[in-house]
Design a binder for this molecule. Structure first.
Ligand SMILES: *[C@@H]1O[C@H](CO)[C@@H](O)[C@H](O)[C@H]1NC(C)=O
Ligand SMILES: *[C@@H]1O[C@H](CO)[C@@H](O)[C@H](O)[C@H]1NC(C)=O
Ligand SMILES: *[C@@H]1O[C@H](CO)[C@@H](O)[C@H](O)[C@H]1NC(C)=O
Ligand SMILES: *[C@@H]1O[C@H](CO)[C@@H](O)[C@H](O)[C@H]1NC(C)=O
Length: 416
């Protein structure tokens, strides 16, 4: 009996331990909320969290009566949770806020409204699948630390979302937590969906690895990434910064001194006023030149705020790469070009009207060089594979070809 079972046991063991025991990255689907244009990921058991590439913490409205974890004020975890002070947040500091005991208090904040609140730190779990970069592989429950927040902090976030998954480079942001819990690298891939039709689901993969989509089996898009350094400066909030050399519209260069921040909480790319004005002029001039050279003559229509340059969509030529409009190129640190065609630069804001999908940064004076020149918004990242590598301090980017999209990742497990 035992002798007959032995080969089966050997087979079972060899299936459970494939050739390599290297830990696999962790996969989550990304959904775009049509009302707020924010992106969410499932965290566990029906709890969706908003993706915030500039967020330093994971937070959610905890279950009523939750047991606060025992993180004393003087613990390393408490220090990490309070490493970043949110401007305008009245955070009295651990142990000094009048509450009993000396349990750690964290100050989660809402990336859209900027509001903050005090909350306990708790242990939680991210329930997801591991991946080989092609399919999901097996379910995992990844331990993590989150801050609790009152439900009032959910204002302006998508309906049904119960908190925020901060994806900044800091220690208690989700990528670093998955990296230490799963022993994968402190990096993540992000491929945001355009949304708007059912089944268009993007992908986030914590730990990196390869990335393939069904349209082109065997093509690993991470091999095609262009890299620019992630910039860290003391005293800056924990977002992902890159430096920017210039912005070009076709052949016209627009000066853009300073940095760019990758910002999923901003639906469309925002330009600092000193960059925005010449950028819009350069675009309008290049579009007129296209018409003068025998191209379609774009007909301007009433602006649809926050956009200024809007056109009658019928007067633009529509191609596989979107409207045929002047190309926009961000030249990033290291001289690498992030190029944007009509699919990324123009938005169909309402039936028959397409607008240049860049807006003016509000609340920033002319050439306030303390502000980033560019906040790269969600729309411009869609269907572009991004690799945020905190270990190697670099950001990789590549636009997927027009015939495929982030939603073409295969979320079906392979049967053995
Ligand atoms: C893991 O993948 C399977 C197969 O695609 C899917 O049914 C399941 O919902 C996934 N689990 C999680 C937690 O996403
Ligand atoms: C983590 O992974 C590295 C390389 O992938 C390996 O050398 C190391 O032994 C692993 N550590 C643990 C605790 O599994
Ligand atoms: C990047 O774009 C700029 C502006 O369009 C162009 O002058 C430059 O040659 C491009 N560089 C590369 C490496 O393609
Ligand atoms: C996704 O993967 C499954 C399992 O390997 C396969 O049967 C299916 O054909 C794939 N889907 C597409 C669209 O390629």
């Amino acid at each position: 009996m035992a002798a007959r079972l032995l080969p089966l046991l050997v087979l079972a063991v060899s299936l459970a331990w494939p050739a390599s025991c290297k830990p696999l990255p962790v996969l989550v689907p990304v959904t775009k909320d049509p009302a707020t244009l924010l992106y969410t990921i499932p965290f566990h058991y029906g709890n969706d969290l908003v993706v915030d590439t500039a967020g330093p913490l994971v937070w959610s409205t905890c279950q009523p009566g939750h047991l606060p974890a025992e993180f004393p004020c003087n613990s390393d975890t408490c220090r990490k949770a309070n490493a970043f002070h949110v401007p305008g947040c009245h955070a009295p500091g651990c142990g000094r806020d009048g509450r009993k005991g000396s349990t750690c208090t964290a100050y989660p904040y809402n990336p859209v409204t900027g509001a903050c609140a005090a909350g306990d730190l708790v242990h939680t779990r991210l329930v997801a699948n591991t991946t080989d970069g092609v399919h999901p592989v097996s379910q995992v429950s990844v331990r993590a630390i989150a801050a609790c927040a009152p439900s009032s902090l959910l204002k302006s976030l998508p309906r049904g979302a119960s908190g925020v998954a901060g994806l900044a480079g800091s220690d208690l942001a989700l990528p670093a937590q998955v990296a230490s819990a799963q022993n994968v690298s402190n990096k993540f891939l992000l491929c945001l969906p355009r949304g708007g039709f059912s089944g268009d689901t993007g992908v986030a993969i914590f730990g990196g690895g390869q990335f393939q989509v069904t349209a082109q089996p065997g093509r690993d898009f991470t091999q095609e990434l262009l890299y620019t350094p992630l910039v860290t400066k003391q005293g800056m909030p924990p977002a992902h910064y890159v430096s920017i050399q210039s912005i070009a519209v076709e052949n016209t260069r627009v000066r853009a001194t300073g940095g760019a921040v990758v910002c999923t909480k901003v639906p469309f790319t925002l330009l600092r006023p000193d960059v925005y004005r010449p950028f819009v002029y350069a675009f309008a001039r290049a579009l007129t030149a296209q018409g003068a050279q025998g191209g379609p003559v774009a007909r301007r229509v009433k602006p649809v705020p926050p956009f200024e340059r809007c056109y009658d969509a019928r007067s633009l030529a529509n191609t596989r790469i979107g409207y045929l409009v002047p190309g926009v190129t961000l030249t990033l640190g290291g001289g690498k070009n992030w190029t944007m065609n009509g699919l990324s630069s123009m938005v169909d804001i309402k039936p028959g009207t397409a607008c240049l999908a860049f807006a003016r940064m509000e609340g920033v004076k002319g050439r306030d060089l303390a502000a980033p020149a560019v906040l790269i918004g969600g729309f411009q990242m869609e269907n572009t594979l991004l690799e945020f590598d905190m270990a190697k301090k670099r950001l990789g980017f590549v636009r997927l070809p027009f015939f495929t999209q982030c939603g073409h990742f295969n979320f079906t497990k392979t049967g053995y």
